[in-house]
Design a protein around this ligand. Structure first.
Ligand SMILES: Nc1ncnc2c1ncn2[C@@H]1O[C@H](COP(=O)(O)OP(=O)(O)OP(=O)(O)O)[C@@H](O)[C@H]1O
Ligand SMILES: [Mg+2]
Length: 328
């Protein structure tokens, strides 16, 4: 009786190096009938490599040779931790360790970088809860760099809520380049005290927020309505601003179950954002239960679950389905 030939295991490899030719030769030499190391692509930019990581089971990358795009080098470095990887020099010196790790095949980042603004018209509907829960759930599930940026009027509710008394304020971070932000459950936190932030020039704040975006895969904004600094969020090309604003990918406009005022306000806000063509706008009703679905308040909006206490990863996961469909 003849043995059936073993099915070849294909190990997809991402390349981001000037030594691609030599690496390809080494991969070909290591491939045989049982294992084929297949190059899925060669990237010259950080964005390109980040995309390739979605398909790759290992990577040979010289980070400093990549041209920096939307995904910053630091964020890419962290995303790369999810995939067995080596520099071209290390790989070419001894390919064995990496090739073995490639067979063990870890899952890579299937999450494009996103900026999400959680906002509302009426207060107390759960904006902060949803923003924090999303960041918490995303970080727990992916270990990817995640940030929450607060845009508040008065003293930072975020700092109070999470007892992050030692965390530097967004104002301090913008004005002192050597200062490091605080962390909560692995999420980078940028609390804003409104009266300090008022002293920042739009160009300063916009530039800093774009750096924050580049350093994280998911950036969630906890945005108070009509915030005086919200001009820094106008998408590029729509205004004559003398700076490049932070582009928001998805607006989550919240209302709260049983609060008709909040639903009316959210409807108006969402309509305004849509009219301005400011990216994807999703209306969500928070803390919904079956009654809402029955009485029809939730017919035009999508429900988020009521949870025992906030922040709560379950609340975050449901909200994330609107950002990364199919992943949560
Ligand atoms: N899905 C939920 N299930 C249960 N409780 C919730 C939910 N969402 C929010 N809450 C609770 O509702 C209260 C208000 O929430 P939160 O502070 O997040 O609202 P907000 O819109 O940010 O308010 P503010 O207007 O002060 O900014 C909090 O006590 C929070 O724990
Ligand atoms: Mg709030």
């Amino acid at each position: 009786m003849r043995w059936r030939r073993t099915k070849t295991i294909v190990v997809p490899v991402a390349l981001g190096t000037g030594q691609a030719g030599a690496v390809r030769l080494a991969l070909a030499a290591a491939s045989d009938e049982t294992v084929a190391y297949q190059v899925v692509g060669e990237a010259v930019t950080t964005d390109g490599l980040y995309q390739l990581l979605g398909q790759a089971k290992l990577a040979v990358v010289d980070l400093d040779q990549l041209q920096e795009g939307t995904v910053g080098r630091a964020a890419l470095g962290q995303a790369l931790e999810l995939v067995p990887h080596a520099t071209s020099a290390a790989f070419l010196a001894d390919p064995t360790a990496l090739l073995l790790a490639g067979r063990a095949a870890v899952g890579a980042a299937a999450y494009p970088p996103r900026v999400v603004a959680c906002t509302r018209q009426a207060g107390g509907v759960g904006t902060t809860s949803v923003a924090l829960s999303m960041a918490q759930a995303f970080r727990q599930a992916t270990r990817l760099p995640t940030a929450v940026v607060e845009m508040a009027y008065g003293p930072s509710p975020l700092r109070t809520l999470l007892s992050g008394d030692d965390w530097p304020d967004l104002y301090d971070l913008v004005t002192h380049t050597d200062m490091q932000p605080g962390h909560w459950e692995g999420v980078t936190i940028y609390p804003m005290t409104g009266k300090y932030a008022a002293n920042l020039l739009p160009v300063q704040l916009a530039t800093y927020l774009r750096q924050v975006q580049a350093a994280h895969i998911l950036t969630v904004l906890d945005l108070a309505p009509n915030h005086p600094q919200a001009g820094v969020l106008t998408p590029p090309g729509t205004g004559a601003a003398p700076y490049e604003p932070l582009s928001v990918d998805v607006w989550l406009v919240l209302s709260r179950s049983g609060r008709v005022d909040s639903a009316v306000g959210a409807g108006e806000l969402a309509a305004r954002l849509r009219a301005q063509g400011r990216g994807q706008v999703v209306e969500l009703i928070n803390a919904a239960d079956t009654v809402d679905r029955v009485v029809g308040m939730a017919t035009t909006t999508l429900p988020l679950p009521r949870v025992s206490a906030t922040p709560h990863p379950k609340l975050g996961r449901v909200a994330l389905r609107h950002i990364y469909p199919g992943a949560f």
